[in-house]
Design a protein around this ligand. Sequence first.
Ligand code: XBP
Ligand code: MG
Length: 254
Amino acid sequence: MLRAILWDVDGTLAETERDGHLLAFNRAFEALGLPWRWSDARYGELLAVAGGRERLLHDLQSQPQAPPAGPQRLALLDRIHRLKNQYYAAIVSAGALPLRAGVAELFADCAAAGVPMAITTTTSAANVAALLGAHLGAGWRTQFAAVVCAEQAPLKKPNPQVYLRALQILDVAAVDALAIEDSPAGIAAARAAGIDVVVVRSFYFADIDASAALSAGPSLGSSRGWRPLAGAAGDDRITLRDLVRWHQARPAIR
Ligand code: XBP
Ligand code: MG
């Protein structure tokens, strides 16, 4: 029985990578007088590394203008990452990062049906609070039975820690939960925790192999383009009914 929906944040709730973190990283590089910028394409490659700080560390290793490995490099890393998060919060509060289509409606479906929701993300609690506070208001936290972020789950996806912590807090068995994810690392993390996954394709992960997922499609805001088919009840978006149906059918789908 479907007893909890676990939401990834970046790429799933909003296009935060393309329209938030990437812009904010480049603004931080500029503000600190650093000579490099990340292109869309380069950021897409770097997304193979989960976690903004880890991603930056990975890139600094190949930046010829970065300080050599050691305390100086780590201090620069922390300055960039801190400033990036300040710019990210400013982008969010300026209203430049809308929720993706269909997300708010699925939140409402879960609330109406009394299905608990959790946030399961590798980003920080502050970034989550900025995004959800902007869209759901100051009381956003009350809409989620669990919020598990980088601080509570430092082992980042594809490690299953974030999902295992959420299941523990919710007191729900993996088989009774469903994750909504957009990235290969996120799918792997949920599957490693024994949780089935619905994949909503995002800008940077539009063409990923979603064969480990129960279902995949381009947008929660439309029932078109989903495999297995969505909208059986005539809905023109992904509804809780679709999630329940896919979850019930999982022995047949996998
Ligand atoms: C998201 C991430 C995050 C963001 C940046 O992965 O990897 O690290 O890119 O946020 P997922 P921070 O969607 O799988 O949770 O800089 O706060 O890490
Ligand atoms: Mg994601």
